[in-house]
Design a protein around this ligand. Structure first.
Ligand code: ADP
Length: 468
């Protein structure tokens, strides 16, 4: 059963080509037949004019030389083998034929009848004799200069040799037509197969990918549009596989991120529950940890919520004129103790005054927190994290530099991708920089990262200053 592309090809291309070839064969056959038949008639007509000119000088009733001239011409006619000449008297009797045999009475002579009745004195006929032989005949009525009918001359030629020629020409046309159709079928089938087969393979592989087999790959058979499609599907499968792995890594790191503070909170709560109210110092320490870890939990959940808003493109900014130095100071206040505890140097040389920016207070604080938290996180003890704020040409630059582990050049272009973690051993979900970059971009700013392994990392945030 022919279906799909093959069916369309058969209907649209093959049927059209077959119709054109059949039409061309029919037209050529018609033209050749007409050409041969009319050339026979022209030859017969030409010969009849010759004899007409000889006999038209006579008066058939009185001139004794008429019969002799006619007989002489007919008997010495050189093309007797190709055509027969019949001279017919005015009375309708046959006077002489070039074959020597008088035609039978029942033999039809429609051309003679038509020439007698017509004004031109000439008629032609193509038809079959009683023997079944196909002939072409022309009759010319011979009139003398006084306008009296002298006789009629009839030329008859058999069409069997012409028909053979015509049939062989038609046979050649038909053979060429069939050859063309066979070539079209052959090349078309090859072409359709070269599309249908890879499409089937692509469709099967796409089904495999849809069922979750991201390792499925298609062998590229041709270097053309189908080859490009194979490449795209292979790339798509690889990308889907990579993002599936990233998603799984993300789920496991987020679960880990959530479990760590939850374990600390649960541990301290259970200690207090089972041991009763402990001494003030232990109680304060426990409560401190519970509050800190709850804050961390809230931060993680906020980050996840932001991420989901970012995915749905439903993150809305509440813009207001802000003093960026105040916001940055608040974030640093939250991180100073931690830096001190981890023996890291947090250096910030606060400028006196900075122009205001139009920004969302909480979102901007979140960006600062994320960048400085990363700097502290990836910097070992005794390392330095420096923060600088500059105003250059209607732009405020916040530059966070650290002397931490740095990022490998291969990883650097991907650190802003969601779920990407260059350093799997350090806690983190891999979405912080993606969110920070999105927030900064929404403020018409930029977030650039420069880094070198063992040298440290510099993150530069730029924000446009608010117009007056
Ligand atoms: P995470 O929550 O894992 O820190 P981020 O999106 O904030 O996720 O950062 C993505 C990755 O970029 C991190 O996993 C880390 O490898 C790298 N990175 C970010 N900031 C720094 C930094 N200051 N120094 C070294 N590596 C960093």
């Amino acid at each position: 059963m022919v279906k799909g592309i093959t069916k369309r090809w058969v209907l649209n291309t093959l049927c059209t080509i077959v119709a054109i070839v059949v039409f061309a064969v029919v037209c050529l056959s018609y033209v050749v037949t007409t050409y041969y038949y009319s050339s026979v008639e022209q030859t017969l007509s030409g010969r009849s004019v010759e004899l007409h000119n000889i006999l038209s000088d006579f008066n058939a009733d009185t001139d004794v030389g008429f019969s002799a001239t006619a007989r002489d011409y007919v008997e010495n006619f050189t093309e007797k083998e190709h055509m027969e000449i019949i001279v017919i008297r005015r009375s309708g009797d046959i006077m002489i034929t070039s074959t020597g045999f008088t035609p039978e009475d029942k033999e039809p002579m429609p051309d003679y009848e038509a020439a007698k009745e017509g004004t031109s004195g000439y008629a032609k006929w193509t038809g079959k004799l009683s023997t079944g032989e196909k002939v072409t005949a022309v009759t010319r009525i011979v009139k003398n200069s006084s306008g009296n009918t002298v006789c009629a001359i009839r030329y008859v030629s058999s069409m069997s040799s012409i028909n053979k020629l015509v049939f062989s020409a038609i046979a050649i046309f038909t053979a060429v037509g069939l050859l063309i159709i066979s070539l079209v079928i052959f090349s078309g089938t090859y072409f359709v197969r070269s599309i249908v087969r890879p499409v089937r393979v692509i469709s099967d592989t796409a089904k495999q990918i849809a069922q979750g087999d991201f390792n499925a790959q298609i062998d590229k058979m041709y270097d053309d549009e189908i080859g490009d499609l194979c490449d795209s599907i292979n790339d798509m499968a690889r990308e889907l596989g990579a993002s599936e792995r990233l998603k799984n890594d993300f789920i496991s790191s987020v679960s880990h991120e959530l479990r760590t503070p939850l374990t600390a909170i649960k541990g301290w709560a259970e200690t207090m529950q089972s041991c009763g109210i402990p001494d003030q110092e232990t109680f304060d320490k426990g409560m401190d940890i519970i509050v800190k870890e709850s804050t961390r939990l809230t931060g993680i959940v906020e980050e996840l919520l932001d991420f989901s808003r970012m995915q749905n493109e439903s993150m809305v900014l509440r813009l207001e004129k802000l003093d960026i130095l105040a916001e940055l100071e608040e974030v640093l206040y939250m991180l100073r103790d931690r830096a001190m505890n981890e023996q890291k140097h947090l250096l910030y040389d606060q400028p006196d005054i900075m122009p205001a920016v139009m920004a969302d207070r909480n979102k901007l604080k979140q960006v600062f927190l994320n960048i400085i938290d990363n700097a502290l996180k990836y910097t070992p003890a005794e390392g330095v994290v420096g923060i600088q704020v500059l105003c250059e040409d209607k732009i405020i630059k916040i530059i966070v530099t650290d002397t931490g582990c740095g990022i490998a050049p291969d990883d650097l272009p991907r650190v802003k991708d969601k779920f990407f973690k260059a350093n799997q051993s350090v806690r983190g979900s891999g979405i912080g920089l993606a969110i920070a970059d999105e927030i900064v971009a929404k403020h018409a700013g930029t977030l650039d990262i420069e880094s070198g392994i063992g040298v440290g990392t510099t993150v530069t945030i730029t924000l446009p200053i608010a117009s007056e």
